[in-house]
Ligand binder design. Sequence first.
Ligand code: NAP
Length: 86
Amino acid sequence: MIELILGAIALWFLYHQIVWYTTQPNFEGKVVLITGASSGIGEEITKQLSKYGAKKLILCSRRIPELERVKRECIEAGTKSEITVM
Ligand SMILES: NC(=O)c1ccc[n+]([C@@H]2O[C@H](COP(=O)([O-])OP(=O)(O)OC[C@H]3O[C@@H](n4cnc5c(N)ncnc54)[C@H](OP(=O)(O)O)[C@@H]3O)[C@@H](O)[C@H]2O)c1
């Protein structure tokens, strides 16, 4: 009986590992241009893409100091993405 319970737990764990790995967003090698990156949705998308390994992010909007802030925050969070502000 205990073998059956342990087997069921192992299968449940394996299933969740497979689901987790196959549903992770993967932006490795991608170059992404984000308009409106200085606040709101654009800022959050920038931060998420910088975490998920995009190769290069190009941030656009009118408020350049705000774009520089978003870039700085991504770098402080440890991003490996190259970030260009324009
Ligand atoms: N937040 C929500 O939950 C939500 C839900 C549904 C729909 N929406 C819609 O999604 C859009 C973005 O929402 P948000 O909350 O992210 O708004 P937000 O924080 O005001 O962001 C707007 C972005 O667009 C840029 N922008 C505004 N006018 C511009 C212009 N003339 N030229 C170039 N860039 C311009 C702004 O940058 P600069 O000012 O630096 O140029 C800023 O980066 C809006 O249309 C909103 O109605 C939002």
